[in-house]
Design a protein around this ligand. Structure first.
Ligand code: SAH
Ligand code: SF4
Ligand code: F3S
Length: 476
């Protein structure tokens, strides 16, 4: 039964971790108005779709979902109640007016930088009966207006420290949907991290579209880079693990690499997208680094933290990509040895320079290359996970699994680890950081059990790390 005065809020999140963070903050903004999260849109008082514009498929999902929600909204109306329907995020930013035109059931549309104004938007939409659009890039920062409280952050939480992007890779919509690069001041980040720690968070993942381009103003004067920020965060009591994502190779500076060498709370895992192994394609993508630059960064990271597990994003079938260019990508993957990775077919995005390139590749070529790349990346992921079997890894237990007594957590290397405990102990163990004996490896996860006695040895990255001759080639 619905409590009096309480309103049901359903948020569906698409896209990257920045959207996950934003959705959680939208719930924080709406909590003082009586909104409480529910896990179904049916019967909700407000539904927010927090959308992603990165590839065509991602954006298309929004319109099909809006069709489905229209029926729920009509159902509510038939009961004499209202469902406020909102579209947020990157599709909202890019196609705000189009959404209101094509989907009149939508009451409000707002971008990633204005959701602190949600209470006013809801009131305005109610007064005029929908059609509210707020896709500004306001001069004020949303972070200065968001509430301090975070609802149930759990053991592992995201913290946005940087937003937007000035890099303008020729395939990417992010600079247009998120706006110009901006770093939150150091004091604001530290304060939010302390609040998260006080609420029981142990692991913080710093977020930004270009998180390692972070350059935040310090209260004492001067500008801090991400390496310095991580060291300050590591001093917060209760925080045991730090991560950051997503990084650009050009911004992997000495201070940040050094933090990987000597800050034990900084986890040995890094998502460092390279996109392609071909210098010709990297130049056409406006990535402003070569394959060699990337391999040298990897070499320095491995020198700093020999067991670091690496992840990347790849795009296949970029306009003009030849068989030889694609072979360069496979070669780079073989040289690096990834613990896991994401790969995508190039998707032309309206308004980006690459979309109007003449040499668009046929779908069949993209599909074939993607399958080839995923095969290689899959083999590497399996090898990396298999290299962990028989070892004991510290696992932060984050939530209950699907089966009774099952717990799910993360290894230092970001692998999902499943284990079974007696059902009576399950709830008590959520949030614990425990040594787990790894018994089996699957393509996307590990299975383990609690050991009788702790035996903490680091997981071996040797299974996918390059051999001596490859390393010599990289540093040549
Ligand atoms: N800021 C990050 C990633 C942002 S988007 C970076 O600099 O790498 C996440 C990933 O989506 C990208 O790394 C890229 O691999 C992929 N992507 C972005 N635009 C794309 C497009 N038009 N088609 C296919 N994949 C795309
Ligand atoms: Fe997009 Fe490139 Fe910016 Fe990453 S660095 S968000 S891929 S423009
Ligand atoms: Fe998608 Fe926007 Fe993130 S386009 S990947 S939700 S920044």
């Amino acid at each position: 039964m619905k409590q009096k005065g309480k309103k049901r809020l359903f948020i569906k999140t698409y896209g990257c971790q920045m959207n996950v963070y934003d959705s959680a903050r939208m719930a924080d903004v709406l909590a003082p108005l009586g909104y409480e999260a529910v896990d179904s849109p049916r019967g909700a008082d407000m539904v927010i779709l927090n959308t992603c514009h990165i590839r065509e498929k991602a954006s298309e999902k929004v319109f099909s979902e809006l069709g489905r929600l229209r029926a729920f909204k009509d159902e509510r109306r038939a009961e004499g109640a209202e469902m406020v329907l909102a579209v947020a995020g990157c599709v909202a930013q890019a196609e705000g007016e189009e959404i209101l035109r094509r989907a009149p059931q939508v009451d409000l549309v707002f971008g990633p930088q204005t959701y602190h104004r949600l209470p006013e938007m809801i009131a305005r939409a109610a007064r005029k009966g929908g059609g509210e659009l707020d896709i500004d890039f306001p001069v004020e920062s949303k972070f200065d207006y968001l509430p301090e409280e975070t609802i149930n952050p759990g053991a592992s939480a995201f913290l946005s420290v940087q937003e937007g992007c000035d890099k303008f890779c020729s395939f990417c919509v992010v600079p247009y949907t998120r706006g110009a690069e901006f770093s939150r001041p150091v004091a604001a980040v530290l304060a939010e991290a302390r609040r998260l720690a006080a609420a029981g968070v142990q692991e913080i993942t710093l977020l930004g579209q270009n998180v390692n381009a972070y350059h935040g103003e310090a209260a004492t004067g001067g500008i801090w880079g991400l390496g310095r920020l991580l060291r300050a965060l590591a001093e917060i009591e209760g925080i045991t693990r730090l991560r950051y994502t997503t990084s650009h190779p050009r911004d992997m500076d000495d201070e940040l690499i050094a933090a990987h060498a000597d800050e034990p709370k900084l986890m040995p895992y890094l998502h460092l997208p390279v996109q392609s192994g071909s210098d010709r394609i990297l130049a056409a993508m406006n990535r402003r680094h070569t394959a060699g630059d990337y391999l040298r960064i990897v070499e320095r990271l491995r020198k700093a933290r020999p067991d670091i597990a690496l992840s990347s994003d790849f795009i296949v079938g970029f306009p003009g990509e030849s068989d030889a260019d694609f072979a360069d990508t496979l070669r780079l993957v073989t040289e690096v040895g990834y613990a896991q990775a994401y790969s995508f077919k190039y998707s032309p995005r309206p308004g980006t320079p690459a979309a109007s390139e003449a040499q668009q590749l046929p779908e069949a070529v993209k599909a074939e290359r993607l399958a080839g790349l995923q095969q290689l990346l899959g083999e590497q992921a399996v090898a990396f996970n298999a290299g962990c079997v028989g070892r004991t890894l510290p696992v932060l237990l984050e939530r209950a699994g699907r089966k009774p007594g099952q717990l799910v957590g993360r290894s230092p290397y970001m692998q999902a680890v499943h284990l079974s405990v007696p059902e009576v102990a399950q709830q008590r163990l959520i949030g614990a950081l425990l040594d787990v004996e790894i018994e089996a490896a699957h393509p996307n996860s590990l299975a383990g059990r609690l050991p009788l006695a702790g035996d903490l040895r680091p997981c071996s990255a040797a299974s996918v790390a390059p051999d001596a001759s490859t390393r010599a080639r990289i540093s040549a």
